[in-house]
Design a protein around this ligand. Structure first.
Ligand SMILES: *[C@@H]1O[C@H](CO)[C@@H](O)[C@H](O)[C@H]1NC(C)=O
Ligand SMILES: *[C@@H]1O[C@H](CO)[C@@H](O)[C@H](O)[C@H]1NC(C)=O
Length: 507
């Protein structure tokens, strides 16, 4: 009796020591970037209140899903499972405790040195012997099967590892230094040993200095994220409010049947998108507008801004039609204001007038907002990617051409999270971006998205028609004869709730 009492006391003491060390501050500065154009993450208190109201279990939801594009450095380590029995046992015994949940990243004091997330492809679930149907046909078939539907010019440019269905899963390792990420990968590989093998890896980093948070063409990215009920409390002007079930499976607003163990997970669409930066800069310079009163440089910048719908700073051109406006860019309550209404201009009609913002502008094509009347389109995604590759070298800049050196390849490691791949990532790419007639009901068909759009079923470099780029001749159709972005392929994954890592996925 006495002995076991002492054993219990010692046991409790050890447990509480472990608990203390687990929750002790391990960071003195945040692992995330915080560019001025982006709102802060919710405070732990706000997230607690919001999640209690909507029944989200933030401790069980992996950390990457709801936080957006804030990573400073992130590695995507794609693997196949060679020994399912060992893998499943390690998943439950050692890997699960490394996986970072959403609550942990909301405060510096609880952030790990390196956040670790894990997601599985359908062939990965098959390899683990998981037979439950997650209810998503896109996920089930994999991304390689739909390269043509997404508009890719074949799969010659695809990373070899993405061709076929050989990738079973991906680790997402995020931190503020590449060393931290590499250390954590070594730890994971040490735990899993020969039960997995590497198929491919890609390491991304936010761009340096004042370009932090900007994609490689120079434009501020990640501004237009939805506010997810149950997570975000402070909704910004112009921000879409979406039911949690639009992003997380099995939550309110997701009406598909899901296995109980999958609730709180999310489908992750990964795409490696190479960007031809010197070519884009040359194209923009060669096609500078000729708006009176603007310098050559200003006419160049305006042309580029009209292709995106924002200035490089992030300021919406709809509200700043001729000159960039840094205050607007940094004002989180105005930089998402896309009513496209201009009451100060009598008789203004946003179906015929694209003086301020072209109907074809990238941001209008990927998220039409007021153009569709109701923001509740059912096609929202949470974007969580990161830029990869080095800055443009002097040699590339002067040659106005991207190097063919693979180490100098640059672009976006695109990630979107959604509860339905067909309604999220695929719908946006196929039905909006690549559809020359979308946005419907406009006086001039907009053409494809000038940045990421492709004319479906055509070879690379097929000219892409877009209209509205010239404010002085709004019906003019402009032919873009260079592709600035090249798809390197990708895969679809399911980011499970953390509880499943010692449940169904390890059984
Ligand atoms: C949003 O922009 C419109 C013009 O398109 C303007 O009338 C309105 O005042 C703006 N709202 C805010 C909150 O800035
Ligand atoms: C289109 O809008 C601009 C400003 O937003 C305005 O100056 C112009 O008069 C409008 N054009 C027509 C035909 O209404």
């Amino acid at each position: 009796m006495k002995v076991s009492y002492i054993a219990v006391v010692i046991g409790l003491a050890v447990q509480s020591a472990l608990a203390v060390s687990k929750f002790q501050p391990r960071r003195t500065s945040s692992m995330f970037i915080s560019p001025p154009a982006l709102p802060d993450l919710p405070s732990p208190q706000d997230a607690r209140t919001a999640s209690a109201g909507d029944g989200l279990i933030l401790d069980d939801i992996q950390s990457d899903i709801l936080i957006g594009m804030r990573k400073r450095t992130e590695m995507f380590f794609f693997f196949s499972v060679d020994d399912p029995t060992t893998f499943k046992s390690k998943l439950s015994s050692d890997i699960k405790s490394l996986i970072t949940n959403t609550n942990q990243v909301l405060s510096v004091s609880t952030q790990p040195i390196t956040a670790v997330n894990i997601a599985f492809s359908q062939t990965g679930l098959n390899a683990l012997g998981v037979t439950d149907d997650l209810g998503d046909p896109g996920f089930k078939n994999g991304q390689f099967a739909v390269a043509a539907k997404l508009g890719d010019a074949g799969t010659d440019n695809w990373v070899p590892g993405f061709k076929g269905t050989n990738i079973h899963g991906v680790f997402l390792l995020a931190s503020d230094t590449v060393d931290n990420v590499n250390d954590e990968l070594a730890n994971v590989q040490n735990i899993l040993g020969s039960s997995i093998s590497e198929v491919y890896r890609l390491t991304g980093s936010a761009r340096p200095g004042d370009q932090t948070g900007h994609e490689h063409f120079g434009f501020m990215d990640g501004i237009s994220q939805p506010a997810v009920q149950g997570f975000t409390r402070n909704v910004l002007n112009g921000q879409a409010v979406v039911a949690p079930g639009e992003i997380l499976v099995g939550e309110t607003g997701d009406n598909v049947d899901r296995p109980a163990w999958a609730i709180g997970g999310s489908f992750l669409a990964f795409r490696q998108v190479q960007q031809m930066v010197p070519e884009f800069s040359k194209f923009v310079a060669d096609n500078a507008l000729s708006v009176p009163g603007l310098t050559q440089q200003e006419n160049e910048d305006l042309f580029g801004a009209r292709l995106f719908g924002r200035w490089k700073s992030g300021a919406p051109i709809d509200l700043a039609p001729l000159h960039d406006d840094i205050d607007l860019a940094h004002d989180i309550n105005r930089n998402n204001n896309f009513t496209y209404q201009h009451p100060e201009s009598a008789g203004f009609d946003f179906n015929t007038n694209q003086t301020n913002c072209p109907f074809s502008a990238h941001l209008r094509k990927v998220r039409p907002r007021a153009d569709l009347g109701d923001e509740n389109t059912g096609h929202h995604i949470m974007r969580s990617g990161i830029t990869y590759g080095p800055e443009v070298t002097d040699a590339e800049a002067s040659a106005q051409q991207s190097s063919t050196d693979p180490d100098l390849q640059r672009g976006l490691a695109f990630i979107s999270y959604q509860s339905n791949i067909a309604q999220g990532f695929e719908f946006i790419q196929e039905k909006w971006v690549n559809n020359a007639n979308f946005i419907f009901g406009k006086s001039t068909p907009p053409g494809v998205d000038p940045i990421i759009g492709r004319v479906p079923n055509t070879a690379a470099e097929t000219p892409r028609d877009v209209s509205g780029t010239d404010p002085l001749d709004q019906a003019k159709v402009f032919s873009l004869d260079v592709e600035f972005v090249v798809s390197r392929g990708g895969e679809y994954f399911f980011s499970p709730p953390i509880s499943a890592l010692s449940g169904v996925l390890a059984a």
